[in-house]
Design a protein around this ligand. Structure first.
Ligand code: NAD
Length: 409
């Protein structure tokens, strides 16, 4: 993403949907704006000195329920990116019709240079400083890039110390500590299910369809595994350490547990950006934002692009690729399995009752299918692409909720 305009790019989509829905401009502006933005400092102790990091929580909307969204640890995190990601959560939760609004958090730090203890220090400080705006009925964090189930366990523990036992204060926790079996795989599973549904919708055989995936973290790893389980042929993978390519197909199950792809023995190593340009039926960017942009858009060959990551394609590249005939499934649909899974975990925590993984998977698959069908119906009705259709659905729902709550909201 070109730095500084990620939030503006989301808001262009919202404004466009507002025009299709004939919404007043002021209403569109109201639902596009962030309700609250908190910027904090996080002193990190080193043996000889203190380093001061910057942390964020942006609460974009509570029109449809408590705000919901992950926490990212990455060196490129800034306020504009967090705003963009927070707003995408509003549109995503509305699209899949779960009773949440949108939020996002972050800390500007390279997670690969942190010890486990430093990570714990950072998330505990983040939680303590933001405790007054968090809670199961206010704002519920979850993992994102650079954070994981362990990070969420520390967050929950800190929250409990300050405000008593409330496991629904955060999702994406370890299964052994009030997490939900199925949540960890949910985003990647949803991405793979949406990939299969997209191929079917376009009369392309799922079995044997070739897939290239950028990112082998939480989203990319499970997307790869489930794509393979569904019969697709994952021919290329990449992460921050580089990538691998095998036109006969990579056995994902056998490499699933590697720390990163540098551990995988392969005669055919490729660069991470080279992966994006590979000849494959499906391309799944599942790492960073903005990776498909004006520099490489003319070299992208995949017919189907499923956005596992948030905002992996710039607006300019999106327009150009669609002109070239690519079918692009937008992030707010493609990777919404994560927040759907978080919703299941939150409800189970509130009820103090847990579901077997089979029920989790069944509910996830069924609800993703409903969202997929709804986006396709809307695309046909308005004669628009899938991203525009997805925004029409979500902007319609959020504007309704905002209006129905009354003018004194
Ligand atoms: P993660 O930290 O688990 O994994 C990130 C992956 O990206 C790693 O494999 C890392 O090596 C790779 N990566 C980092 N820099 C790279 C580069 N320059 N080139 C290639 N690969 C690179 O993060 P994640 O949770 O899998 O999130 C990935 C994306 O999916 C993010 O955009 C995130 O916002 C989005 N997302 C995540 C979830 C979730 O539930 N985790 C839900 C929805 C969307």
């Amino acid at each position: 993403m070109s730095k500084g305009n990620a939030f503006a790019q989301v808001n262009e989509r919202v404004a466009q949907a507002g025009e299709y829905l004939n919404l007043p401009k002021g209403l569109v502006q109201a639902i596009s704006s962030c309700e609250r933005e908190v910027v904090i400092s996080i002193p990190l102790h080193h043996s000889d000195d203190i380093e001061v990091l910057t942390g964020y929580r942006v609460q974009h909307s509570s029109a449809r329920g408590p705000r919901k969204g992950g926490i990212r640890f990455h060196q490129d995190v800034d306020l504009d990116e967090v705003r963009a990601l927070a707003s995408l959560m509003t549109w995503k939760t509305a699209l899949i019709d779960v009773p949440f609004g949108g939020a996002k958090g972050g800390v500007t730090v390279d997670p690969s240079r942190l010890t486990s203890l430093q990570k714990e220090e950072i998330i505990r400080r983040w939680t303590r400083t933001l405790i007054h705006v968090l809670g199961p009925n206010r704002d519920i964090p979850a993992p994102d890039m650079g954070t994981d189930a362990q990070t969420m366990a520390w967050l929950m523990d800190e929250f409990h110390r300050l405000d008593g036992f409330q496991p629904a204060c955060v999702t994406g926790k370890p299964v052994s500590l009030f997490g939900a079996p199925g949540r960890e795989e949910a985003t990647g599973r949803g991405v793979a299910q949406i990939t299969a549904a997209t191929l079917k919708e376009n009369d392309v055989k799922v079995k044997g369809a070739t897939v290239a995936i950028q990112g082998f973290g939480n989203v990319g790893r499970y997307a790869a595994l489930v794509c393979q389980e569904l019969g697709m042929n994952v021919i290329a993978l990449s992460d921050v350490t580089g990538g691998i390519y095998d036109k006969k197909g990579i056995d994902i199950a056998s490499i699933f547990n590697v720390k990163d792809l540098s551990e995988v023995v392969s005669d055919n190593r490729i660069g991470s950006s080279e992966l994006l340009e590979i000849q494959a039926d499906v391309l799944i960017p599942a790492a960073l934002g903005g990776v498909i942009n004006s520099n490489n858009m003319s070299k992208i060959k995949a017919e189907f692009i499923i956005e596992g990551a948030n905002q992996p394609i710039t607006t300019e590249a999106d327009n150009e690729l669609r002109k070239q005939g690519a079918v692009i499934v937008p992030d707010i649909l493609a990777n919404s399995g994560g927040v759907m899974g978080s919703y299941f975990e939150w409800t189970q925590n509130i009820q103090q009752f847990s579901w077997p993984i089979e029920k989790f998977r069944k509910e996830l698959d069924e609800r993703m299918e409903v969202a997929f069908v709804n986006v396709h119906k809307t695309a046909k009705k308005y004669k628009v692409d899938l991203r525009t259709a997805a925004f029409i659905v979500s902007v319609g729902r959020v504007s309704n909720a905002f209006t129905q709550r009354g003018s004194l909201l």
